[in-house]
Ligand binder design. Sequence first.
Ligand code: PLP
Length: 454
Amino acid sequence: MDSAHNSRQEPEAPPALRRRTLMAGSVGAALAASLLPGIASSPARAAEAAARRFDPHDWDSVRAQFNLSNRYLHFSTFLLASHPAPVRAAINDLRDQLDADPPTMAEGFGDEDRSTRVRAVIARHLGGRPEEVALTDSTTMAIALLYGGLKLRPGQEILTSAQDFYVTTMALRLRNERDGTPVRTISLYDDPARVSADEIVGRIVRAIGPRTRVLALTWVNSNYGVKLPARQIADALAEINARRDEADKVLFCLDGVHGFGVEDVKISDLGCDFFASSVHKWLFGPRGTGFLWGRGDNLGLVRVTIPSFTRAGYYAWVDEHPPVGELGAIASPGGFHSFEHRWAVPSAFDFHNAIGASRIHHRTVSQASRLKAGLRELRGVRVVTPQTSALSAGIVSCLIDGIDPETAAQRLRADFGIIATATPYKDSHLRFGPSITTTPQQVEQVIKAVARLR
Ligand SMILES: Cc1ncc(COP(=O)(O)O)c(C=O)c1O
């Protein structure tokens, strides 16, 4: 019996997790209570105490910050993050404050002032400016605001890809249904496993026509794991745009969610005009948080859909003029939110930065590379994600002869305690997402388990 099977039969917490369990018990709670006089000991305080023991240079300690169940190997980071201890502590602290006095925390422009800090933290990570960042609850919300709101002249078209996810494809279809904006779809590649940057860029360049105003793509595809060569695409667009008037330039828009938190790059490295992501996947931020970034000189290109609870939004109403300002000031959808999550976003970036963006990238990508190489050696397994990290990130997708992806995912969970998923696409694949919550040893367990599926 292999070790993957053993670990399911006899679930045993890694040493670091056992340490965390201890901390969450009476010692940790008592310590937390003594550090925070006047506040009763609680799981939140214990989490805070565990966070204090966080050693960002020790991967066991990093993993110990998560309350992920020891029964499973968690290869599904691409779905929804588990909150590490510092994020849990920040959320709980803010929730306590909100519960104690909601109006004082949120009244007037209290939200805007606190959210400005959140926007600044996201902007710093991207290498942009806070004014360029609108806060949303998810990538989906950001994508919908972008494609629903982009101002286009009659006849100007949006170019997208057949490989794109439901969120982009559907947002564009809804736009088309609403105002007839033409949407054209091309295939970026035939075989994801053998794709090259030249093939992708060549197909895009050949498809761009005189009326193409928007290029709507996804940075890291969540079905095949292909990472688009964003910089090369942006460079090719720059050549095309050099011959165009400002109002006809092709705007490069990316759903960046599966690169954000994995790739150690700045927004200027990507060269896009708009970038949408959530913080609640690979960055392990509070669930229900995301953003839309738009380059400053694209000011005014996105029509506001949802009134923003900001000064700029409010005074546009009072003074009876359209909302003016950059995305950050006018495009963050208003209404009160789950503020304990939104305002806790900086704690996720602190956690990420303490470990180091470059170390996280290498930890994630090295596991993904080993997983792809190991799966490739198995008979009857076809890995569709490119082996090179130039064209992939953390997602690893494959097909297994004779077993549909849904059945494979169910058996991995039931028989081996491995959480992977079947991708929610028409041509579904079995998908894994190694991350800072998984280990190289667990990657070997996954390879052995997949070998035993057939
Ligand atoms: C490419 C892509 N974009 C967007 C989403 C949705 O993300 P969010 O929860 O941030 O809206 C997903 C998957 O959940 C996805 O795979």
